[in-house]
Design a protein around this ligand. Structure first.
Ligand code: 7PJ
Length: 269
């Protein structure tokens, strides 16, 4: 679907009223499609659509509501854009409906741990991103504890990958994501980031999402609308550590930064 010969940019499109950085902005179908087109124009390699906020403290969204939010947008994007669409969901019914509507990838912050999700992903046979999270969104930031966050996250993800493969998901369709901000303190996020090369060495493509997150806010003292520079710094370092896909809100800026950083890092333009 997408070759991973250079760091790829995944543009975030939340069709939710309550996501932390763009909640409510792209709720209307035409606003969502315009934003997706703008991200494609800005150099996005893939668009990630989410209909359920997973911000700390967020409440679950009923199935039908999630379907109503995401399906019309996926259909329109699949018809009008040339880049693939990923569906950010944990519900097997949403995974199935989204792929039938044209989505080409699954992105699951629960790493397919919801009942029926592994089976759905195996049947759909599209790439799937397995993300690490300690706890669940409602309570995940209440004092998360690790002995060695990098090692524990890596072990969890490799265990999930082998369970998924045993259930019929092709190894070539699996991506791993350490889940920055999902049940991690600032210190744990920074340690985890430092351990990225270890996860990359597993051989699975690694997806990293740090864009505008609280860890960027904590390090810069900026509110969510002014975290672009901090986010780009993290995106460049993630790419340098070997991440295959960077999930971001600020597509044009991140693309520019990655183009410059990649050429200079390689010593080859
Ligand atoms: C992530 C995600 C992430 C993956 C969100 C936000 C919160 N999916 N969905 N990785 N974050 N794979 O955008 O800050 O880090 S929602």
């Amino acid at each position: 679907m997408l070759t991973l010969d250079r760091p790829r940019v995944m543009g975030v499109l939340n069709v939710t009223p309550d996501s932390f950085s763009d909640g409510g902005q792209w709720l209307g179908k035409s606003a969502a499609i315009d934003h997706a087109l703008a991200m494609q124009e800005a150099g996005a390699d893939i668009i990630d659509i989410g209909g359920e906020s997973t911000r700390p403290g967020a409440q679950a969204v009923p199935l039908q509501k999630e379907l109503d939010r995401v399906l019309p947008v996926i259909e329109a994007i699949a018809a009008n854009l040339s880049i693939p669409v990923s569906i950010d969901t944990s519900k097997p019914a949403v995974m199935r409906a989204a792929v039938h509507a044209g989505a080409g990838m699954l992105n699951d912050v629960y790493a397919l741990r919801m009942q029926g999700a592994v089976e759905a992903a195996a049947e759909l046979a599209v790439p799937v991103c397995l993300m690490h999270m300690q706890g669940e969104p409602r309570v995940m930031q209440n004092d998360p504890v690790y002995e060695d966050v990098g090692a524990e996250v890596r072990q969890f993800l490799l265990q999930r990958a082998s369970e998924c493969e045993a259930a019929g998901i092709s190894q070539h369709n699996i991506l791993l994501d350490p889940g920055f901000g999902f049940g991690k303190t600032l210190q744990q996020n920074t340690e985890l980031f430092h351990s990225l090369p270890g996860l990359v060495s597993s051989g699975y493509p690694v997806l990293v999402g740090v864009s505008r997150k609280a860890m960027i806010g904590a390090l810069t003292g900026r509110d969510v609308s002014r975290r672009t520079a901090g986010s780009i710094s993290a995106a460049v370092l993630a790419a340098q550590a070997g991440a295959a896909i960077i999930r971001v809100h600020d597509v044009a800026e991140t693309r520019d930064a990655l183009k410059v950083a990649t050429a200079l890092w390689q010593g080859w333009a």
